[in-house]
Design a protein around this ligand. Structure first.
Ligand SMILES: [Zn+2]
Ligand SMILES: [Zn+2]
Length: 317
């Protein structure tokens, strides 16, 4: 639909959008699995654009002055005062606002965003290539951090996040095992091309025990499957914002100090760290551009698993 061009107020930047990554969370919002508090909303939270102007409250500071390339992620605002914000856990802020859920996002030609939650982007990446780093990369990075120093790492669901984080894990010297939907041979071979040691379907046990697993797929059945694949003391990290119901499982697959945890959102510290790390790793992203008018098709292709890597909406200049 046609909306009026937004006006930047307070700390906001007005941004001309060039590209916006497509995330599974967008599908969960569309399907009502994650609630939109005040619909309708413009989705999209992996926004790459150019700063055009700023609200009267925004400092005219580098590196986000007019003309600069800027990245806008999911975390759009936090209160700065609650127990979580004051303890370095702004990702858990009770009143946080999220881009593409509470704040109009990047499936649009223009957007506004609070400059305190915007990031300069690494050079050497095109707008299309850098977009998936802003959620798939960031959430994957946060999830990877929760696996500690696990050497043998399983990734369940080899999509946008996993194809980025597999490269970071390899860079860190970890051994990566990729799990896809049954019969997804294209996914398994693209995982092998990225240097994972083993790729197979998620119902097949890995060739040896894992030290940790990250579940990117929104499938609750994978939790007991991953628990059975990890060694004592290992962690299963659920990285999605939504997951179907987890079936009950016997205590003995959790016994042995195994842990199951979730990852929620991101902090600005995660963003700064990961956007510095990605070019050092030389993370490359496999992107599939769709014009803005075909955003619906991009989402349906994601749902059906019709591409490897990440879909990105490309907005005409
Ligand atoms: Zn807070
Ligand atoms: Zn996302």
């Amino acid at each position: 639909m046609e909306l009026p061009k937004p006006e930047p107020v307070g700390n906001q930047l007005l941004v001309r959008v060039h590209a916006c990554g497509v995330c599974r969370t967008d599908l969960h919002l569309l399907d009502g699995e994650v609630e939109i508090p005040r619909p309708p909303i413009v989705p999209g939270h992996q926004i790459v654009g150019t700063v055009v102007s700023r609200g009267e409250g925004a400092a005219d500071s580098e590196p986000l002055e007019a003309g600069a390339r800027v990245g806008i992620p999911w975390l759009g605002w936090t209160c700065g005062r609650c127990r979580y914000c004051l303890s370095g856990r702004e990702n858990l802020c009770d009143t946080a606002r999220f881009t593409g859920r509470d704040i109009d996002g990047g499936y649009a030609e223009w957007t506004v965003a609070d400059e305190r939650y915007c990031f300069a982007l690494p050079e050497g990446y095109s707008d299309l290539q850098v977009a998936p780093l802003l959620c798939a990369g960031l959430i994957g990075y946060r999830a990877l951090g929760m696996t500690g120093d696990a050497e043998r790492l399983g990734l369940y669901g080899f999509g946008s996040s996993a194809h980025i984080i597999a490269q970071v894990a390899r860079f860190e010297g970890r051994r990566v095992f990729a799990f896809t939907r049954t019969g997804d041979e294209a996914g398994q071979s693209s995982a092998r091309e990225l240097g994972v040691e083993w790729a197979g379907d998620s119902l097949t046990p890995p060739p040896e025990e894992l030290d940790a697993a990250i579940i990117f797929a929104s499938v609750g059945e994978l939790v007991p499957i991953a628990l059975r694949a990890i060694a004592k003391g290992g962690t299963v990290v659920c990285a999605g914002i939504h997951m179907s119901e987890i079936p009950s499982f016997p205590y003995d697959i959790l016994w042995g100090e195994r842990t199951v945890c979730s990852v929620a959102n991101l902090t600005r510290k995660d963003a700064t760290e990961f956007l510095t790390l990605a070019p050092r790793v030389s993370v490359r992203t496999d992107v599939h551009p769709y014009p803005l008018a075909d955003a619906g098709r991009a989402l349906e292709d994601l749902r059906a698993g019709r591409f490897q890597g990440a879909a990105v909406i490309e907005i005409d200049r």
